[in-house]
Write a protein that binds this ligand. Sequence first.
Ligand SMILES: *Cc1c(COP(=O)(O)O)cnc(C)c1O
Length: 357
Amino acid sequence: MTTPSGEAAPYPRLIVDLGAIRRNYARLQDMTAGAEVAAVVKADAYGLGAAAIAPVLLHAGAKTFFVANAHEGEIVRAAVDAQARIFVLHGFWSADVQAIARSALIPIINSPEQLRDWLAGPAGPYALHFDTGMNRLGIPMSEVQAVADLAGLRGPELVMSHFACADEPDHTLNARQIERFAAVRNAFPGVRTSLANSAGCLLDAPAHGDLVRPGIALYGGAPRATEANPFESAVTVETPILQVRSAQPGETAGYGATWTSDADRRLAVVALGYADGMFRAAQKGGYGRIGGVKLPIAGRVSMDLITLDVTEAGDAAKPGEIVRFLGPDLDVFAAASGTLAYEVLTRLGPRLERVYV
Ligand SMILES: *Cc1c(COP(=O)(O)O)cnc(C)c1O
């Protein structure tokens, strides 16, 4: 069927606003004056496409990138110039020696054993990650001096740690982690330091270090759930209405008949579903928009389709009309789905055509 607008194809698209990413990067520079703002582009830049986004961040001023593994590092290296530094969070693994050399990656070493292997092998530039209380990756604090001795004159170019509770500014673990990290600074005098993820950038200067490592803030997700988000969502999902119908009071919609019409309602079915990363849980509180009008999800999200109550949109809701999801509603949509923007972004499915504007 031809769509009334003559334009919309019946496919969902993911619109990535590169201007918003640039502005978020600049905001982070303002917030952390004095620190270098690196860019975390792991997980394909949180699902948005690292190959397209890393060059934009480079032009915005980022000189340093963080990825999870060497494979991601190779993709980012192909997208940025040879001067950019690319750190690999998941440590040094001998299987990655060639990728590290080929793409000039810098491993972030997480144990004394990895440091021994690195110094006995490639022995190029590296970073050290210390565990100051997260109990996830990192060298235990009891090994700080041993690792400093092991490194000797071939010291790291960066020492880092990671906050467990940076999104809760008053959590006592923040101060304790900063305090423990002071011992790392002392053991590696003159070496650059890095502590803060996005939420850490919102904390006071002692939480930053010389280099900050924001990820979610670049893409516009809220670093703190409880406060207004200072960053701009860079992500909108657009999808056309496939069909519109009426529902009389008492009629139900969707699998399991979990939605019941309370009045004369108009329903619209859009080409989007959980296969595209729209959580089934979003049924409770999730919505799309036409213009400024919010259109609540009516019934279960299915694999390729979502039904919306479009009564409020009136005649605007017709086949071919574009409905938008996420955008300024990213955090609300995540909360309705029982999760965070992090998970919403990284679940956005491969069927969504990525469009960079
Ligand atoms: C993912 C990650 C970051 C970025 O975290 P955001 O909360 O997205 O800013 C920073 N540092 C480490 C160690 C990470 O794993």
